[in-house]
Design a binder for this molecule. Structure first.
Ligand SMILES: *Cc1c(COP(=O)(O)O)cnc(C)c1O
Length: 461
């Protein structure tokens, strides 16, 4: 042990109360997780009403920590959404795997500022290992830079910043010094079904939504190669792996070939879908994706790690490092330090739970997780079709999209399912009409949960 003997003392009163508080939190957390399968998936009205207990006046003098924790648990826990449970099918949320939750507790105890080696050798080493394994698992170019950011939103912003800067540099424009005033225009082409967070990043970066060019898609929501707008060496093409409604993939091979033939930059939003690459069965859907220039994906969705854990991956490490550098006289670090690859300067070591999951599941485990969810989604679709629902997508991944006879009945169905407290999923608009969308992405979802869900939904029809 590397604690210094001569500094050690018997734990005093404060230390004991710190340890008691942590033990109390651990016990409450254990009780919560123990009961997760039996919770209302969406909190009932009376539980939500209890949230009023948080509306206190700001204390003049502080309150005991134990009392704060008690309130947090007693008023807070019942009003949680059980997305960490087995029958939450909203969005693609995933639950947190046990080893990820456990590693997260260690990360909290360590309380590292994971900016660079100097700030935390252990975080630097583990995030580098997580980066290496992520590239191997996703079979992306092994020299790519990996930034562990808070979300696919933030990582997408970082990648798109790097993309624009690199294209301008190739055009002889020094973006860092000159900024955008008078810069050669950079065009952006996105899918008609682009995720809102990519549009948000483009808006923040000043591209202007009116100027973002939309590529036409086919019936499944994939960019249509034949109708691809013209590209050139000042274009960023944004593709996607896992369309939010259908779970479909753009045809990366031919699209990236066209883009690269003229020198365009290709960015792929693979928030959840990129993990399909881990599966032998599904990998073909992503063929050619490895030739893109940058990619974003989340740990906190399909990999079942805690929030906020995502990855921005850039083929040219120097491009990302130059765009994101934040070295200062008092804080300079290697180009591949996390603070020089992403938005945050001070940051928590969010790559560590990702490392823990990759190590604990291994290649086979991640593939099994993906395959199981895809199989469960197919079973859901089959059962729902038999129960008379109209399934709107091909169910190639973990997404099931369906509708009832009308917009009103579709929405009522979603509301009644939510009110049951036994399952939850959301609504969407697909091809101009209301639909509901079920995503299977929790490691806790068993085949029995799928059968139970089918029984519940058949009764609600
Ligand atoms: C969830 C999602 C995002 C945004 O990811 P965050 O981590 O929530 O920021 C982007 N694209 C797709 C396809 C998504 O599903």
């Amino acid at each position: 042990m590397s604690t210094r003997r001569d500094l050690r003392t018997e734990p005093g009163r404060e230390k004991l109360s710190e340890l008691a508080l942590i033990a109390d939190a651990d016990q409450r957390a254990r009780d919560y997780v123990e009961g997760i399968e039996n919770r209302d998936v969406f909190p009932a009205a009376d539980a939500i009403a209890q949230l009023e207990r948080f509306q206190e006046t700001l204390p003049i003098s502080g309150r005991p920590g134990e009392e704060t924790l008690k309130l947090l648990d007693e008023a807070g826990s019942p009003a949680t959404v059980a997305s960490n449970g087995p029958r939450y099918f909203g969005f693609v949320i995933g639950a947190t795997l046990p080893v990820a939750a456990a590693a997260e507790r260690m990360v909290l105890a360590w309380d590292q500022c994971a900016s660079s080696f100097t700030n935390s050798p252990v975080a630097d080493a583990l995030e580098k290992q997580a980066a290496k394994w992520t590239l191997e698992m996703l079979d992306l170019p092994r020299d790519s830079a990996v930034s562990f950011g808070t979300s696919a939103s933030a990582c997408g912003l970082a990648c798109l910043t790097a993309a624009r800067r690199a294209l301008l540099q190739r055009a002889g424009w020094d973006f860092d010094v000159e900024g955008l005033n008078g810069a050669p225009p950079i065009r952006v082409v996105v899918s008609e079904t682009v995720h809102i967070t990519v549009l948000k990043a483009l808006r923040i970066l000043g591209f202007g939504t009116r100027h973002v060019i939309r590529a036409a898609v086919d019936a499944e929501g994939r960019v249509d190669v034949e109708r691809l707008p013209p590209l050139d060496d000042r274009t960023i093409l944004c593709l996607q792996a896992g369309e939010v409604n259908t779970g479909e993939f753009d045809p990366f091979g031919p699209l990236i070939e066209r883009a690269h033939a003229v020198g365009a930059w290709v960015h792929v939003d693979g928030a959840f879908g990129l993990w399909a690459r881990a599966s032998q069965e599904k990998r073909h859907l992503t063929d050619g994706i490895e030739r893109a220039d940058s990619w974003t994906t989340d740990g906190h969705k399909w990999l079942n790690t805690p929030y906020d854990g995502a990855m921005g991956i850039c083929r040219d490490p120097a491009a990302l490092a130059a765009a994101m550098n934040s070295d200062a006289a008092y804080s300079s670090a290697a180009a591949d330090s996390q603070k020089n690859l992403g938005l945050e300067f001070s940051r928590r070591a969010r790559g560590i739970p990702i490392w823990a999951v990759l190590r604990t599941l291994g290649r086979d485990g991640v593939a099994e997780l993906v395959d199981r969810h895809c199989r469960q989604a197919r079973r859901l679709a089959q059962g729902l079709r038999e129960a008379g629902f109209e399934i709107l997508n091909r169910v190639t991944l973990n997404q099931v999209l369906l509708r009832l006879d009308s917009e009103a009945t579709t929405r009522i169905f979603q509301e009644r399912a939510a009110e049951s407290g036994q399952v939850w999923f959301g609504t969407t608009i697909w091809q101009g009409r209301a639909a509901v969308r079920l995503s299977v992405s929790s490691w806790r979802t068993t085949d029995e949960d799928i059968e139970a869900t089918l029984r519940i939904l058949a009764n609600l029809r």
